[in-house]
Design a protein around this ligand. Sequence first.
Ligand code: CA2
Length: 142
Amino acid sequence: MKILVLNGPNLNRLGKREPEIYGKETLEDIEARLLKLSNEFNASLDFRQSNHEGVLIDWIHEAEDTGVDGIVFNPGAYTHTSIGLRDAIAGIEVPVIEVHISNIHKRETFRHTSLLAPECVGQICGLGTLGYDLALRKFLEN
Ligand code: CA2
């Protein structure tokens, strides 16, 4: 099984600022934990981050063309703005689970709407970085 974990804008700053909202873990910490979990299931894991919408769209298309079985996606602020990412998800067969570290529904009203969630299998938010593990498990245990 091949799983792609995608992270959107500013998530490369994780663990370096705003620990009260996003915690102390870095993206590298999360990647190490998810790699361990995927190894237990003999699955391959590709973990990426980009600050650029078009790059994320290209990676979503690439996932479809390279036989990826599932995408765990924290789209960051593009969650609330990107019709391009929504169309990309709608245009592939690969299932996508949307993940947010914070509870977007408890925050500013502009974060309450996800343009992407209607095209995803589901959304996990507010459980901290554990949300990544849970989304990955959903794919690995299926
Ligand atoms: O809660 C999440 O995971 C978010 O996707 C994080 C995004 C935010 O725009 C979404 O509404 C919810 C922001 C990611 C920025 O992460 C930073 C972490 C540390 C320091 C600076 C930015």
